[in-house]
Every structure is written in structure tokens, then in C-alpha cells.
Design a protein around this ligand. Structure first.
Ligand code: ATP
Ligand code: MG
Length: 646
């Protein structure tokens, strides 16, 4: 047996370097032993004796550490007080560059205890659901941690969602308590959250929901239509509550939170995560993948309304006693240099963001980046979509001055934490590849019939065995859970993503399976064609979809947004077609290129190809549900351009 297997969890980079292969091998061969050891990275009130008990067959049952008891809030706060009470837990940076706040672990602990008591005062108890509809302010994290403290199940709904979307999610999980704020400030604009919340409650009540309490962050004068008896000012509730609050002892498998997926592919699903396995996995991946080191400042730009905001803005970092930065504004306000100004101002060491933001900032020009001091940066991360190699190189070279590893992390709301990702500073990188599986993760590539492909292969990505951070069910709909994830390929978790494995065993996500192109019998990821287009100097962003083609089966339809100052004409079209041919090959020759002033994106910044497919097919009457789009008007422009091109 190798030495690594006898070691306690390590934080030192060098240990991982020498032992990655050993650790990985043990983690998949003997998960009980591996996770039995690493489960101890968090505090358990009652230790577990059973580690893994999961089956992907039949009724699908997934349990980890099932006889242990713990509490997430205790692990993220109380546990750190003695040694790190004065360390900054949260740095908050406002929309206005002159506004920021620092909150120590001690102060955060006190605030969470007070708000937890306020929740209890309003009758919230273990197992109840609480909806959180908040801007990117520390009170959002306080609300989440306070729910965790009393054992309530939170459902965070992104603050940019409409009243209808909020209402649907509140009704779905029968949530009678809401935590919100009077307003949010983003890009200099006031967003009236409370107003939307009031509308949502009206809709929800109409559908039979009882809403007993609405906590509102903000001044009384700024809260529109304050409903006496129902509405409670957060500040008043916190000030009058006791600062002492014992953390509820939760079973490892007690529900922890519900999170509705972003809905890029259809009706949102209420993904349910439980307590123990989730926290072990979020904290371990945060420390290992980013190589987080004590006292470093870590900044994840994701909103708390997405899973990245749960695992890598709040729970992973706080469980690791990290300093986590939370930014209420947008990357382009007051100008496209804002992110790099924040890096300089707070001496950020680790930055975790999304390809959509990077593409926008890359299009704005390098000067915005290079005029800020980025010498504090040590590790760069990305998540959310395949990152085009061109953008990856820019991130590494311009943002990271060629000093910082770029960790491209592939995972999903459903997986709780990173699944395929490099270990910063350890795993040799390839631009555009999420590289290798994390410990305990067994990716398999299958063909349409479900045959497992070995060696170099391309097909549909499944995961063959359970890991602690895995979702346990869809809230109140276990049948849909089995149907969605475990029925396509018997005994395997199906991710819905396409993937290629190269000769080095590296994984390349090619996009969602529904988006994979089949041109004259050749399978090709939309991501590959998009990356080829983006590597052309005139293109800022591209989205590619298939459409029915008489001869080839599927034709390649491309939407391109251009760099500032470039105009779209025949010559550019020819040049783009030639460029894709030379980058990928004649098989990938675009059949149609349409200029797009903007692309339809979800509020989490993902391109919604479902709509682009309809436009490409000229099926303009049934574009489907566009309510989760960040800006529905871009669709009108695309339709107009489509009609003009006929
Ligand atoms: P829905 O499931 O409702 O359609 P969604 O899949 O967009 O929404 P998320 O769970 O936020 O919701 O996103 C996970 C998906 O994002 C993955 O399945 C994958 O398609 C994509 N993705 C995330 N990270 C990466 C990455 N590093 N590389 C490639 N794709 C990624
Ligand atoms: Mg998904």
C-alpha cells in the first residue's frame, strides 16, 4: 500500500503532486476508505460509522455518512472562532466602487445566530423551507447560514428572476417564509426586489400558498407597501434577537437546500442536496482544486442564486475559513476594467469566473486589464460553459501574466461540486479541457446504445459511481429524478453533456448532448465550431446550432457577435468560413452565418441554443419559453435579421 493512503488529508500542494494517481486510484476502488478519511475534514457531533451506501439501480438511493450528525453553519462559523475569529470571512464590494465592507468570522457568527433566532421566533423549524431572494449582499449569506443553523431547507432564487419565476419556485417547495431586500443596485441601476417579491407572493397566494413572513433587508422608508404582521424588517429582527443560538444537530442525510437549475434546457428542476456529503465535497474541492491556502483572498463572481454561489462563494470557502469576496455589481460598471480594479483593491489571490464574462471583457480590449495591478493573483478558475481555447489563452496570458494556472472546472447543479477539473499547480493543463476527474469521480463515455467506450472516444458523458456531493433527488419528485438522470443509461448517472477523451485521458466537454452536431455522419460539438469562430480576430462571441439539411442531415448555422468597430459583410463571411475550415476541417464548413448584435442568454450567462435552433430552422412561431432569458429583446433582433437574410 502506498504511503499516501495512510495519510490524513493534506493541504500542501506537494503532497497532491506526488500522490494524485494513488489518491485517485484508491478513491474509486475503495470509496469507503477514501471518504471515510476525508469526511473527517468537517466536524461531526456524532461521528459516522457508515460511509457510502448508494445504488444507481432500481429506486436509486444515495446516502453518505448516514449515521453521522453535523451542522453546516457550525462548520462554517463556530469551528473557526477560536483560531480565526478575527479573520475576514466576507469582503463585500458594492456596485459603487467607493463602497465596501469587511466582516470577520466572529461578527458573521453573531449575525447568523441572531438571524437564526429571528427565524425561530417566526416559527421556522427543522425541515421547513425558506426562500431567499436577495442581491449579492452579506445578508444573503447570513440568511443561508441561519437556515442551516436551525435546520431549515433554503431555496435561493436568483434576484434577477421575475415575479412569476419566484412564485413558481415558492409554490413548488411550499415555502411560507421569504427573505428579501428592498432593492439591489447593479450597474448604477436600482432593481426593486421587494416590489417583485410582493407581486410573486400575490401570484403564489392565488395558487394556494400561505406566506406568513417576509424578512426585508433595507430601511423602513425604502420598503414599498410594508405589510404589517407579514413583513419584518431584517435589521430590527436581528437587533432584538439573542446572539446565542445552538446549532441544530442534523443527520448527514437531512435535506440541506433546494436549488432550481437554470433552465437552459427546459422547466427548472428542484435539485435537492443533503447536509454531510455536500459539505465534505464542497469544502474539499474548494481547497484542492483551487489549492486554497490560509489567509488568501478568494473571489468567486457567481451569484448566490446559482450553485456556484452556494458551493464556491459561501459553503466551500467558509468551511475552509477562507476570506470570500462578494460583489454586488457587474463586471462592466463603471467600466470594463472593474474586475481588475477589484483584484487590485482587495489583493485577490484566487479568481473564479465564467467564460461569458471573460468573452465580454476580452472584447473590451487589454488596456482595461493591464492598467490594474494583478500581481496578487495566483490561481484563475472558470465554470459554466466550455471555455474556448482562445479565451482560455487570453485569461492565462493577459489576466494571469502567464503565471497563474487556469482551472477549468466542469460540474453541474446536480453534482454539488467540481467533477472534472485540474488541481491548480499540479495537473498539466490543456487550454479548453477540464482535464481529469476529481477524487472519487468515475466518468464514462457511452455511445447512443449505452455501450461504454474506452480509450480515445467521443459520446455522452455519464458518471458510473456515487460521490458525496451528488444530489439525492428532485424535490417531491423522485420519479422525475430517476427518469431524468438514471433511465437513459441503466445504472449510470447521465449528465446530459457530450464529451471527448483524448489520448492522454483528458476530458473535453463538447456541449450538451442535444447540441452536438451530426454533419454527414460526423459528430461534432457546437463548442468546437464556436471556438474556431472566436479565434478569428473579428469575432467576440459565437453560438452554433444544427438545422435540418437535405444532403448532410444537419447543417451548421452560426451566430456571431463582432469585436467593437467591425462590420458584417460578404467578405467577412467568406473569411470566417475559410477560418473554420482551416481550424477544424472542411467537414465543419458553416452553411450559414448570421450577424447577431446579442445572443440569447440565461440569467446565469449561458447561451440558450434551444431558441437559436428554432430561428435557424425558421420556425419563428414557436420559440418556447423565453422567461428565463436575461434580455428577451435580443430574440427580436435575431428574428428580424433572420427575416432580412431570406
Ligand atoms: P438546466 O439543467 O436547467 O438546463 P443548466 O444545465 O444550465 O440548466 P447548471 O447546473 O448551472 O444548469 O449548469 C451545468 C451545465 O453547464 C453542465 O451540464 C455543462 O453543460 C455546463 N458546464 C458547466 N461548467 C462547464 C465547463 N467547465 N465546461 C463545459 N461545460 C460546462
Ligand atoms: Mg443541466
Amino acid at each position: 500500500m502506498s504511503q499516501a493512503q495512510n495519510q490524513e488529508p493534506q493541504t500542501e500542494l506537494g503532497r497532491f503532486e506526488t500522490h494524485y494517481a494513488n489518491w485517485y486510484e484508491e478513491s474509486v476502488r475503495d470509496p469507503n476508505r477514501f471518504w471515510g478519511r476525508h469526511g473527517k475534514r468537517i466536524h461531526w457531533f456524532e461521528p459516522y460509522s457508515i460511509v457510502n451506501n448508494a445504488s444507481f439501480e432500481g429506486n436509486v438511493s444515495i446516502r453518505w455518512f448516514e449515521d453521522g450528525t453535523t451542522n453546516v453553519s457550525y462548520n462554517c462559523l463556530d469551528r473557526h472562532l477560536q483560531e480565526n475569529g478575527d479573520r475576514t470571512a466576507i469582503i463585500w464590494e458594492g456596485d459603487d466602487p467607493s463602497e465596501s465592507r469587511k466582516i470577520s468570522y466572529r461578527a458573521l457568527h453573531e449575525e447568523v445566530c441572531r438571524f437564526a433566532n429571528a427565524l425561530r421566533d417566526r416559527g421556522v423549524k427543522k425541515g421547513d423551507t425558506v426562500t431567499i431572494y436577495m442581491p449579492m449582499i452579506p445578508e444573503a449569506a447570513v440568511a443561508m447560514l441561519a437556515c442551516a443553523r436551525v435546520g431549515a431547507v433554503h431555496s435561493v432564487v436568483f434576484g434577477g428572476f421575475s415575479p412569476e419565476a419566484l412564485a413558481g419556485r415558492m409554490v413548488d417547495c411550499d415555502s411560507s417564509v421569504l427573505v428579501t431586500a428592498s432593492e439591489s443596485l447593479r450597474g448604477g441601476r436600482r432593481i426593486p426586489l421587494k416590489q417583485s417579491a410582493d407581486k410573486a407572493i400575490q401570484i403564489a397566494v392565488h395558487q394556494g400558498l400561505t406566506v406568513s413572513t417576509v424578512f426585508v433587508v433595507g430601511e423602513r422608508d425604502h420598503v414599498p407597501s410594508f405589510v404589517e404582521g407579514r413583513d419584518v424588517l431584517y435589521r430590527e429582527a436581528v437587533e432584538t434577537a439573542s446572539p446565542e443560538c445552538a446549532a441544530e444537530h442534523m443527520n448527514a442525510e437531512d435535506p440541506f437546500f433546494i436549488l432550481y437549475t437554470s433552465g437552459s434546457t427546459g422547466k427548472p428542476k428542484g435539485v435537492l442536496h443533503t447536509t454531510g456529503g455536500y459539505l465534505v465535497y464542497a469544502s474539499m474541492t474548494h481547497e484542492v482544486v483551487f489549492d486554497y491556502r490560509p489567509n488568501e483572498v478568494y473571489w468567486c463572481t457567481a451569484d448566490v442564486g446559482w450553485v456556484t454561489g452556494h458551493s464556491y462563494l459561501v459553503y466551500g470557502p467558509l468551511a475552509n475559513a477562507a476570506t470570500t469576496l462578494m460583489f454586488e455589481g457587474v463586471p462592466t460598471y463603471p467600466n470594463a476594467g472593474r474586475m481588475w480594479e477589484i483584484v487590485e483593491k482587495h489583493r485577490v489571490n484566487l479568481l473564479y469566473t465564467a467564460p461569458t464574462a471573460l468573452r465580454t471583457l476580452m472584447g473590451a480590449g487589454d488596456d482595461y486589464v493591464t492598467r490594474s495591478d494583478r500581481s496578487s493573483l495566483r490561481v484563475l478558475g472558470t465554470v459554466g460553459e466550455p471555455i474556448n481555447p482562445e479565451v482560455w489563452e487570453w485569461y492565462s496570458r493577459v489576466v494571469g501574466d502567464n503565471r497563474c494556472p487556469v482551472v477549468d472546472t466542469w460540474w453541474q447543479t446536480e453534482t454539488g461540486g467540481h467533477m472534472i477539473a485540474p488541481i491548480a499547480g499540479v495537473t498539466p493543463l490543456k487550454p479548453g479541457s477540464a482535464t481529469l476527474p476529481f477524487f472519487g469521480v468515475v466518468p464514462v463515455i457511452v455511445d447512443q446504445e449505452g455501450n461504454v467506450l474506452t480509450g480515445v472516444a467521443e459520446g455522452n458523458l455519464c458518471i458510473a459511481q456515487s460521490w458525496p456531493g451528488q444530489m439525492r433527488t428532485l424535490y417531491n419528485d423522485h420519479a422525475r429524478f430517476i427518469q431524468t438522470y438514471f433511465s437513459t443509461y441503466q445504472g449510470k448517472y447521465f449528465t446530459g453533456d457530450g464529451c471527448r477523451r483524448d489520448a492522454d485521458g483528458y476530458y473535453w466537454i463538447t456541449g450538451r448532448v442535444d447540441d452536438v452536431l451530426n454533419v454527414s455522419g460526423h459528430r461534432m460539438g457546437t463548442a468546437e465550431v464556436e471556438s474556431a469562430l472566436v479565434s478569428h480576430p473579428s469575432v467576440a462571441e459565437a453560438a452554433v446550432v444544427g438545422y435540418p439539411h437535405d444532403i448532410k442531415g444537419q447543417g451548421i448555422y452560426c451566430y456571431v457577435t463582432l469585436m467593437g468597430g467591425v462590420s458584417f459583410d460578404d467578405e467577412l463571411q467568406k473569411s470566417l468560413i475559410a477560418h473554420v475550415r482551416s481550424e477544424i476541417g472542411p467537414i465543419a464548413t458553416p452553411d450559414h452565418i448570421q450577424f447577431a448584435p446579442g445572443l440569447p442568454k440565461t440569467r446565469s450567462g449561458k447561451i440558450m441554443r434551444r431558441i437559436l435552433r428554432k430561428i435557424a430552422e425558421n420556425d419563428l412561431s414557436s420559440l418556447g419559453d423565453t422567461s428565463t432569458l436575461a434580455d428577451p429583446t435580443v430574440v427580436d433582433d435575431l428574428v428580424a435579421n433572420r427575416l432580412a437574410s431570406k
